[in-house]
Design a protein around this ligand. Sequence first.
Ligand code: ZN
Length: 139
Amino acid sequence: MENNQYKILREMAVDATKNAYMPYSKCAVGSAILTNTGEYFSGCNIENASYGGSVCAERVAIWKAISVNKNIKIKIIYVYTEAGWPPCGMCRQVMAEFADEDLQVVIGNSSGEVDKISFKELLPHQFDHSQLTKISHPS
Ligand code: ZN
């Protein structure tokens, strides 16, 4: 069961690289997520001539899911690049917003090797909504 989920996520992430829009970096990235509702979503990197307007594959997959159901949580996120790059800091922050308690991050490369890391290990001491309850706003 669990292995099948990883297989599906890898296939979706690899497939998503076919639509990667990466004229500047020339690096295709694909990502796929499994949500707590049992749904799968994928995304690819989409670059922009402004560079700052570019978005990573992980965030595209997450935003596709959230745009369908803002209450979902991510159970597993698979990130695929030829070399097996880990998610950038910006994506880790976005993952923190929608992470299930035991979110697993899977990093895949072209030879199929994967690294499975718990999100808590990937982003310890995360900044999330719980931090915002620790301040008092002047009225
Ligand atoms: Zn990123």
